[in-house]
Design a protein around this ligand. Structure first.
Ligand code: SF4
Length: 362
């Protein structure tokens, strides 16, 4: 069972096909991918599946509005794993979608016991990060809210709740606290909010596959309660494992990732210690070639830090042929990561006031 709040139970590589088949997630076929080549997450096949993405293309072709909705639980700074979704929504905004971005502070209370007040600085920090990633904050292109302060999401939650039974939630999420069930219903409100505010329109929610239970619950309740609305769609990306070789990026294991607030020395150390797909020694690497598909250096570059597709493809090929050695490649990756982070942290520092304004915090 997929657990959207799970700190254990990671999704293994071999699980993806089964999960897609079991829950009816469509592949990104080549025709669709070709239309999406400007978006690097599709181009690089990091996003592998979707629900109802075609509706977005129809809206684009017919010059109709469409929404991209996402959010973050303000329980701490962005790290390498949680930032994937933020980068994806910036890409969708460039394609013409209006961004709806939720600060899930009710969920951070229910899941992590963080009060709304304590969540506030994290919320400001998270929004400043996404602005530094390139989000256009103009009101025509972006709407940001905190769950605890947004009456629409609570109202949707109350309305759809009369269609929900304990058995339903148990079947989707397994046995959880009532607070987490409530957070799931609040999240239905977040995902439906764009259509309540601005009328029926295709909505796409970029997620990691572990969040699919929320998408299924929302689609089911939208179908039954909001009959004139589009069923919210989704795109699914592969989850990044821990850079230290652990199963997943987790706060309880600081070496598994780094945050976008972290000092550069600490980031450098973690990247230098990241798991590679290299062989035991130079001789073996040259004879057998490396395994970039297992390598966290390669994945960090692919997801975040290498803009240029040709360089990425060339490094993949040279690694497989044994022409590229890990020490040399790691050093290049360290340079890129540090340059990106330095630039990001500088940009972000100047965006704190804008983040406060978007969140309505004085
Ligand atoms: S050469 Fe680069 S891509 Fe290949 S295994 Fe080593 S670090 Fe990874």
């Amino acid at each position: 069972m997929l657990d959207p709040w799970g700190s254990s139970n990671p999704v293994e590589d071999e699980d993806y096909e089964r999960i897609k088949r079991e829950f009816g997630i469509d592949d990104i076929n080549e025709g669709l991918r070709q239309k999406l080549l400007e978006n690097r997450f599709f181009r690089r096949k990091i996003i592998f599946g979707h629900r109802d993405l075609e509706l977005v293309f129809k809206a684009i072709e017919e010059n109709q509005p469409w929404a991209v909705m996402s959010g973050i639980k303000p329980s701490g700074p962005y790290h390498l794993g949680t930032s994937t979704t933020a980068l994806e929504i910036v890409e969708f905004q460039k394609m013409g979608g209006k961004v709806y971005y939720c600060i899930a502070d009710i969920e951070s209370w229910e899941d992590n016991g963080i009060s709304y007040d304590k969540a506030e600085p994290n919320a400001i920090d998270n929004v400043a990060d996404i602005l530094a990633f390139g989000l256009d904050p103009s009101p025509k292109k972006t709407y940001v809210w905190r769950q605890s302060k947004e009456p629409i999401v609570k109202e949707i939650c109350f309305k759809v709740s009369r269609l929900v039974t304990q058995n339903m939630l148990n079947a989707i999420y397994g046995e959880k606290t009532f607070g987490l069930y409530l957070a799931a219903l609040i999240q239905v409100g977040d995902i439906v909010l764009p259509q309540v505010r601005e009328g029926p329109q295709p909505t796409i929610v970029p997620v990691g596959i572990d969040q699919d239970p929320h998408i299924r619950l929302t689609r089911d309740l939208t179908r039954r309660y909001y009959k004139k609305f589009f069923l919210p769609g989704a795109t699914y990306h592969y989850l990044l494992a821990g850079i230290d070789g652990s199963d997943k990026m987790a706060k309880r294991n600081p070496n598994s990732s780094f945050t976008f607030n972290e000092n550069l020395d600490s980031i450098e150390k973690k990247v230098k210690e990241a798991l590679t797909g290299g062989r035991k020694n130079k001789k073996e690497q040259q004879e057998l070639g490396g395994e970039p598909q297992k390598c966290m250096i390669y994945k960090m570059l692919m997801y975040h830090f290498e803009e240029n597709d040709e360089i990425l493809a060339d490094e993949f090929e040279r690694c497989v042929k044994g022409e590229l050695l890990c020490g040399e490649h790691k050093a290049r990756c360290v340079d890129k990561v540090l340059k990106f982070m330095k630039n990001h942290q500088e940009k972000k520092g100047k965006l704190i006031d804008k983040a406060r304004e978007l969140l309505g915090i004085d």
